[in-house]
Design a binder for this molecule. Sequence first.
Ligand code: AMP
Ligand code: FES
Ligand code: ZN
Ligand code: ZN
Length: 304
Amino acid sequence: MKCRACGQKAVVNMRQHKLALCKDHFLEWIPEQTERFIEKYEMFTRSDKILVGVSGGKDSLSLWDILHRLGYMADGLYICLGIDEGIGYSSESQRLAEKFAVERNLKLHVVDIQKEYGSTVPEFSSKSHRGRLKSCSVCGLVKRHVMNRVTRDLGYDVILTGHNLDDEVAVLFGNTLSWAGEYLLRQGPVLPGVPGLARKAKPLFRIYEREMLAYALLSGIEYIYDECPYSVGSTSIYYKQLLNRLENDRPGAKQSFYLSFLEARKSGLFAERELIQAELHSCTSCGQPTSAQGLCSFCRMVAT
Ligand code: AMP
Ligand code: FES
Ligand code: ZN
Ligand code: ZN
């Protein structure tokens, strides 16, 4: 297989794009594509103050690397969740995020949730009515709350995450299986900011997981290889495997599933639901929007 750009030996073959590239051209192509999608979906501009949620994994570190190469002003945010039994998942991911930042002279904010809110993710989980909230739900709640709080308090215009196409398609698949209208209405590459809620964007949402892995490896980014211990056996990993089987037989199926969803929504598939969307109130403790009266789910968890 030869690189389409220069005819040298290709190292990555993307069947869904009918495109093979050598290392150098692939490492140019990914940032070019990312830039194209940032502009096409009006995610942010070079004059925005950008914050990237950095987990120490391949996607978010690659995203930070790409933004830096493209000349965007982007600082990082690492949230220490305290998931440390066994492999020391949180400590190791923090070490890698900090190393990445120091080597490139980038600014990284670190929020340690045990120090700030009194418990780690596993502790919040076991305290919640004898483990009613699974660690992954607690973790999602914590990450959303902290990202939003830091973005707002430090005056950033937008918060970015490293979700890739496979992440987004797995979530879409799950939401479609249960026709979760409320979630289908909100899922997308950009969530506009509303009072109390920061603008969010996912610049890698059109890039396959496999290509992000290749980007991280070929550009020599040191990232945490291990998955979070709580994700073992998770439904989202199972959906990803199913979707990869589909993709294998029909290259491009994952991308077209996601893009046709965005198109269908744009043409009004969920228009009625949009009208009855739950009204949001401000949490009486932190001020972030919530559909509940009084405290938001995060503040309720911290208070117990
Ligand atoms: P995940 O939910 O673990 O698949 O991560 C999705 C995205 O959320 C990552 O690409 C990061 O941008 C962000 N993220 C995940 N974990 C953290 C963390 N501990 N601190 C900051 N950002 C995170
Ligand atoms: Fe949050 Fe695994 S990273 S529970
Ligand atoms: Zn080439
Ligand atoms: Zn709150």
